[in-house]
Design a protein around this ligand. Structure first.
Ligand code: GLC
Length: 439
């Protein structure tokens, strides 16, 4: 695979988006550093430039708050970078725990960093340097997980909640629809704002709607009014969701922290407790036996959110299900919902192909995303489902080589219009392509 024609092109995207301090997710649409993007990007770079992979993570963790929270965005200082919401809107200087001298947003993202660190160590040729890096980063990632268990798990179930769709990483996923719809915008006080994400003409049509943005902005306003105090926000926030993608990733990273801690000779009892509890609760509370996947849970409404999204399959990556549950998940993947047996569909659509409101070009409401495909691939391998894992990989590589390093893709082979959607030169699409080709 190392002389695969895609490899040089993928590396070029990563090179072009590197600004000397961090890698932008995309040249114009996303001009700052994003949390889980940085993890995937580091993984891609690790295969040919370990120093850069480490620099990427170091830069991200410079933005870590003193309570452990790792922000969704660490802002760069390029005055040309036009992005909404920027630091002036987040106003995180109001937060007791925000770092001095570095601007960040005030929410977090799925904690990929634990497993990324372990993967970096495995890829590294110079194990001594890699071990020193683990030593440096381990306490920071522990602090991040501790933040989720201390501040985002009020019932002490081992399930972290997210309080904004952007924290989930799947901005306009149908999972959030009901909770957002309950926020009646005609009754809410929404501060004035101007979007900047509609300036990319190709991406504009598929971006979240104005009604979505009003609610996103309302939530940010609520957080800043409460000076980012977790306890107060928990009391007031209309959006509190336990997401299977987020918690599945948390499990994988807990597992990695146990391995790293063990290697470094640390006391690993804390990550071991986290790991056990989160797996137990995911199976107890979020597992849906009938539908063969994991649900999200709305903590405000105290109810499950039974929609068919691929997020419900992602706990495979953290080895959350038993082999038997995983077999049921495979059937779900191969069912009409996700098209795993169809030749005209490329895996894996983010939303059921049978949902009335599936939209194959709209962001997280149907399209294929490379990061979720990569997580699914790794998850399937854990259960010896090599054949379907290989299909996920080959479908991804086919999309990337035919279409380019787009942000997301229409899963239908014979789709009308563009198949590669959103921004091009998207960093994690390139990074995970490198990771697939170099393994
Ligand atoms: C979008 C995606 C999110 C990603 C960010 C930067 O907001 O939904 O997952 O991290 O862009 O690429």
């Amino acid at each position: 695979m190392q002389d695969h024609p895609l490899l040089a092109a993928a590396r070029q995207v990563l090179e072009q988006n590197w600004n000397g301090r961090f890698t932008k997710p995309a040249p114009s649409l996303y001009p700052h550093q994003w949390n889980w993007d940085a993890g995937f990007i580091a993984l891609g770079n690790a295969h040919h430039n370990m120093d850069r992979a480490m620099a990427e993570l170091r830069h991200l963790f410079r933005g870590q708050w003193s309570n452990g929270m790792l922000p969704q965005i660490v802002f760069g200082d390029d005055p040309q970078a036009r992005y909404f919401p920027g630091p002036d809107f987040w106003q995180t200087e109001k937060a007791e725990h925000a770092p001095q001298g570095i601007q960040t947003s005030g929410i977090s993202m799925p904690p990929v960093h634990g497993f990324v660190l372990w993967e970096l160590y495995e890829i590294a040729e110079d194990k001594e340097a890699a071990r020193a890096f683990l030593q440096e980063m381990y306490p920071k990632v522990i602090a991040l997980h501790r933040y989720f268990y201390d501040y985002r798990d009020p019932e002490e179930e081992g399930l972290a909640y997210i309080r904004h769709p952007w924290e989930g990483g799947t901005d306009n996923s149908p999972i959030w629809d009901a909770a957002l719809a309950r926020m009646d915008t005609s009754q809410l006080d929404i501060p004035p704002y101007e979007r900047k994400d509609l300036q990319n003409p190709k991406a504009a049509a598929h971006r979240p709607t104005q009604a979505d943005y009003d609610r996103y902005v309302y939530l940010v306003d609520l957080f800043r009014k409460n000076a980012y105090d977790d306890a107060r926000i928990y009391e007031q926030c209309p959006f509190l969701i336990q997401d299977p993608l987020f918690n599945g990733i948390l499990c994988w990273s807990n597992e990695a922290l146990i391995k790293i801690g063990d290697l470094l000779g640390e006391d690993i009892s804390e990550p071991m407790q986290w790991h056990e509890l989160t797996i137990w609760s995911m199976n107890d509370k979020l597992w849906d036996e009938e539908r063969g996947l994991y649900n999200a849970y709305d903590l405000r409404q105290q109810e499950l959110i039974p929609v068919y999204t691929s997020s419900g399959l992602m706990p495979l990556c953290g080895e959350v299900p038993t082999q038997e549950q995983a077999e049921a998940m495979l059937l779900t993947l191969e069912s009409g919902h996700f098209g795993g047996k169809r030749k005209d569909i490329r895996l894996c659509p983010t939303y059921s192909l049978q949902a009335e409101d599936v939209d194959f070009k709209k962001y997280w409401r149907g399209p294929v995303w490379i990061n979720l495909n990569w997580l699914l691939y790794r998850g399937l391998l854990r259960y010896d489902m090599d054949k379907v894992a290989e299909r996920v990989k080959q479908d991804s590589l086919a999309l990337l080589s035919e279409q380019g390093f787009y942000e997301y893709f229409d899963p239908r082979k014979e789709a009308e219009g563009e198949i590669g959607c959103g921004t091009d030169s998207f960093s994690w699409s390139a990074a995970l392509c490198v990771e697939w080709l170099m393994r």
